[in-house]
Design a protein around this ligand. Structure first.
Ligand SMILES: Nc1ncnc2c1ncn2[C@@H]1O[C@H](COP(=O)(O)OP(=O)(O)OP(=O)(O)O)[C@@H](O)[C@H]1O
Ligand SMILES: [Mg+2]
Length: 288
């Protein structure tokens, strides 16, 4: 670029100052132990839990409708805000006043301080603002303002899919723009993306094809399975007609991670409780 200091190549050693430190941003769920890093102790590599999703990562949170994506995104926002970190929550599906009610109820259930939380979460409501949804530039200007003024460190977009409704040809380009934007502003982010039933339920493929999964730093897939056959009943030891919910880290470029499918439940307070890996879950004796 003309007049710019940007160079196209660097010697590896020159990147040292700019390299992000690897640590976790907690979600308040067991996911925090499912990302890890390897440290050398003595002369042995030792696996250490990261304690959260990787700092400065942009993670795609995907799943079919009602799989718990919004619940997990809200829990992450609440946990961070309760710890004193600022969160920018962009609501594209659900109007902001509904988000308020939901966050307030969950914070009470989790025994958190809602006064503190409500000062630490900044909301952009794109659900009732088609101009914002249709115009990524204007959208990012609004986001930049909020990030700068409120000094946020975390961003949630629920959902990114809502930003390329009716124009899936553009999905890749739009997701890339938001990805680059959040990298530039040094945010740790969750992009919620929706899956259609035609897309393999347990894969990271979201609406707009593989646009999101290829661009982001990692994917978390949430799923739900209806217990409907005799095989399901005996395998999962769950009653007919009940729902088995699962969560899995589908990939992450930045750190090592657990690759197993885990079983989780949605608590009566609308929070995510990750129970155990599926392989252990099906070995249990008792019925839930
Ligand atoms: N307070 C609650 N108590 C019990 N169950 C709840 C509570 N809140 C939500 N749920 C259940 O959690 C499910 C998952 O909700 P969530 O809104 O997270 O889905 P989602 O994956 O974001 O779906 P969508 O793609 O439609 O936005 C809901 O359908 C509902 O069954
Ligand atoms: Mg949702």
């Amino acid at each position: 670029m003309q007049g710019s200091e940007e160079r196209a190549y660097y010697e590896l050693s020159e990147l040292k100052e700019r390299a992000p430190k690897l640590f976790g941003i907690p979600t308040g769920t067991k996911l925090d132990e499912m990302f890890w890093k390897v440290e050398i102790e003595g002369d042995k590599p030792v696996k250490k839990p990261l304690g959260g999703i990787p700092h400065l990562s942009i993670i795609n949170l995907t799943g079919v409708p009602d799989s718990g994506k919004s619940l997990l995104a809200e829990q992450f926002a609440l946990y961070q805000a309760n710890e004193g970190y600022k969160v920018l929550f962009i609501t594209v599906e659900s109007p902001a006043n509904f988000l308020y009610t939901s966050l307030k109820a969950k914070s009470a259930y989790l025994g958190m301080d809602f006064d503190r939380i409500s000062k630490n979460i900044v909301v952009i409501d794109a659900s009732e603002n088609p101009e914002l949804r249709e115009d990524p530039r204007a959208f990012m200007d609004t986001m930049a303002y909020a990030i700068r003024e409120k000094k946020t460190t975390n961003v949630i977009i629920d959902s990114i899919t809502g930003l390329y409704e009716h124009k899936e040809m553009m999905a890749r380009q739009i997701v890339r723009q938001f990805f680059n934007f959040l990298k530039k502003w040094k945010q740790t982010a969750l992009f919620v993306s929706q899956k259609r039933s035609a897309q393999g339920a347990e894969t990271a493929e979201a609406a707009g094809g593989l646009a999101v999964a290829h661009i982001v730093d990692g994917s978390i897939v949430m799923d739900k399975k209806l217990i409907e056959t005799r095989w399901d009943i005996t395998t999962f030891k769950l009653p007919l007609g009940s729902v088995l919910r699962t969560i899995r880290i589908d990939g992450c470029r930045l750190t090592g991670h657990d690759t197993r499918t885990w079983v989780f439940e949605i608590t009566e307070g609308g929070t995510i409780n990750i129970i155990s890996p599926l392989e252990e879950f099906i070995k249990r004796k008792e019925v839930m």
